[in-house]
Design a protein around this ligand. Sequence first.
Ligand SMILES: Cc1cc2nc3c(=O)[nH]c(=O)nc-3n(C[C@H](O)[C@H](O)[C@H](O)COP(=O)(O)OP(=O)(O)OC[C@H]3O[C@@H](n4cnc5c(N)ncnc54)[C@H](O)[C@@H]3O)c2cc1C
Length: 509
Amino acid sequence: MNVVDSDFVIVGGGLAGSVAAYRLSEFGDVTLLSKAPPTKSNSYAAQGGIAAAIGPQDSPSLHAADTIAAGAALCRPDMVAMLTERAPGVIRWLNGLGVTFDQHLSGEFALGLEGAHRHRRILHAGGDATGRKVMEVILAALQQIPTIQRETNIQVLGLAQRRDGSVAGAWGQSACHPGQPILFRARRATILATGGVGQLYLRSTNPVGASGDGIALAYCAGAPVRNLEFVQFHPTALDDNEQQCFLISEAVRGAGGVLVDGDGTPIMQDHPLRDLAPRDVVARVIYQYITRRQPVYLDCRRISGFAELFPTIYRHCVSRGRNPAVDLLPVSPAAHFMMGGVLAEMDGTTGVSGLYAIGEVASTGVHGANRLASNSLLECVTMALTLADSMKRSTMVYRKTDMHLDVEDPIALFTPDAPEVIREVQSVMWAAAGIVRDEMSLLAGLEQLNILSERYPQSPSVITARCIVQSALLRKESRGAHYRLDYPSQRPELNGWDNVLSQSGRSPV
Ligand SMILES: Cc1cc2nc3c(=O)[nH]c(=O)nc-3n(C[C@H](O)[C@H](O)[C@H](O)COP(=O)(O)OP(=O)(O)OC[C@H]3O[C@@H](n4cnc5c(N)ncnc54)[C@H](O)[C@@H]3O)c2cc1C
């Protein structure tokens, strides 16, 4: 058996995993695994920016208030306070590393506005290429560090557990060598940074591979997962029938883009925040039009300098024959972001010893039932830095001999999902647990997933999808991104109620 030892094993090379690798390498050797190159991560695709209260009229408490309002009485206020207070420091840290955020000619940061933010606090890099620009700087920094071993073609298919249940590494497999798992043993910590679940849905802004492996890995290792019913559907993905839908960032509406129907009539006029209403509200309004077979468009024609402000979006739309300065852009919602995830503290600690979760795969409670725009890149960096600080303070190091004795027990590894399995899951999830759900759709979806699970018992996508559907069944109310036709109201008595699944408690599998 092939075995690789290091202090830290990180699963996922997006922003959360890469920042963690960078900082942890200061006091240990790191193995950074990902199943796809970094260009195929949510982090690389991020357009809009990173939120931080650095404007003159702004403060972390105002940022926290907007985050909590968007979260629909489900955020953990202590976590939100931590995130928003650390945000200006995160920007300074990224700036120090070499990330150049867009500035006005005066030299001040150019702060943008996005949905449900009441102040300008979104920092961009390269206009609408923030994720790519930030990732390029971090990846360049990683290349200089010899104690980081990066593997970009290894899918992790199981966690290596000791007899007491604690995690001491991960089992991975290269796509080039199926059937030859490698044990990546971790002396100090195994960190999940596997991103989101968007690819479990027919329409998604997420890259192929963002199918919730980390949730399945953690869940099967006994870690509690929380609030998985809250999947954010971004209202404005370009409607051009591609598997990975191209996102038209909310910043475009922040700059004056208006959602209109086929007659050119604005469709968000009735909401006090109009086109910048919370994403779930806008997504449902568009969904209602689309289910009546009435197309919805984003009208960007009044935005002056669109090509300079949003170069990535401009280039993509023009390549699809739509010039935003002249044409209306057809849009419809697509699965975008998982608010729930593996229950974790800000330093990534989960319910299982030795296992950490950071970034989108984690549920710290900062997003509640609906994420405030541009808070997730911030969460990735904040969690990675907090994790590294806490690891630096910790003195717990496992002896190599213990590792040899304990983690080599045979375990049931996942089977990488074939494209046809993913496609079946996507159809089920879109119909059962999409933008609107009810008991009938969810029960039908669960039944179909149960059948899939008999056919593909070791499929990570099926396991995660079942957890999502089960969670959506258990929350008998509508709140934030979770909208149930049979329970259309928010139930105040469920404010602050977390929907937790674990193998040792309620279990969908
Ligand atoms: C189009 C788009 C635009 C966005 N815009 C913004 C924005 O403007 N601002 C904002 O704050 N947020 C934005 N988001 C959300 C944000 O980008 C993500 O939440 C964040 O980047 C997640 O980072 P991450 O490091 O947790 O995961 P990711 O960046 O998705 O990285 C996940 C990594 O895990 C790897 N992986 C997954 N499973 C396995 C496995 N089994 N084995 C090995 N490796 C595995 C993947 O290969 C990948 O390297 C956007 C998202 C999208 C899709």
